[in-house]
Design a protein around this ligand. Sequence first.
Ligand code: F6P
Length: 365
Amino acid sequence: MAKSKKVKRIGILTGGGDCPGLNAVIRGVTKPAQDYGMSVFGILDGFEGLVEGRAKELYNEDVSGILAMGGTILGSSNKGDPFRYPVARDKEIEIVDKSQAALRNYEAWNLDALIAIGGDGTMHISHRLGKMGMNIIGVPKTIDNDLDATDLTFGHDSAVYVVSEALDRLHTTASSHHRVIVVEVMGRYAGWIALNGGLAGGADIILIPEIPFSWQKIYDKILQRELAGKKFSLVCVAEGAKSFDGKMVVKSTDIKRSDPIQLGGIGAVVAKNIELNTGRETRVTVLGHLQRGGSPTPYDRILSTKFGAFAVELAANKKFGRMVSLKGSDVKNVKIEDAINKQKLVKPDTQALVVGKAIGISFGE
Ligand code: F6P
């Protein structure tokens, strides 16, 4: 786009796994866009729609009433990377480069900019599309909160709320039956959901990928609690947690996905070992996609709205190749290329971890 040309038409897509707050961002983009004289074009099903040419105009009436709605009115996909696009051929899946098709659609739709809402995978793809000539603005989302370039991603607070509520409910039944209940939560390779959700819901043991655990320490904690008169325990385990002599538990692999590995199953392993080695009746609950569905928390609604409105401002000012990011309580922006490949993990001095230890939570160390 020529430097002098005004930004008149922006595309918007939601890529990767969905999370609460996506609709609030779409609304936060679409409503102020008209004040800048921009039209908004919604691309369907993430990058799949960009490759395959599926999109629709977005007007104010389309985004009215969606602030509190979970999911995304545009649809999303974690299988549409234009640079590694899965195509079915003779019952086999072939991975091909469809980035030129994506560029052709971007040009055919007369887009001056594209707002891509997504996690690390989406930002990677966005960076590469930017190098091909698209004017990209990134908005970071993920329940996992594992992007280093922003203090927080929207969706995380809502997921933590679900974990906390689940632990509250499991607390009463665990206590009535004098049981151990293991709750497996999402988060991929980062322990933020387990740490924050476990802290909020009063878990006795929290297991995260960043701290490989000792089986014996888990058994000891459960038996120590019993000696102290607590005949039940709640264990909050991140899907990526592993023992120091074991591996992450992989549920399945799928080459069509941006990250082919799907984690899951550690909760059942932990529950089985606890029952075998402590003799205490143990149950497991896997929260799974409950953490991604439903209405965003008020905090996420506010953050998403700010992110959306800020993204339009970046577009109007032609600050392309930038990603919206939260620094402290202010919304700022960083270069997309500086935001990718930098995972934010729980560190030994992370305050929630330090505080968790101070109040007696075991991390299986
Ligand atoms: O990145 C978000 C996330 O929910 C992870 O916590 C989880 O590992 C993964 O996505 C699940 O992906 P899918 O919805 O494809 O099963």
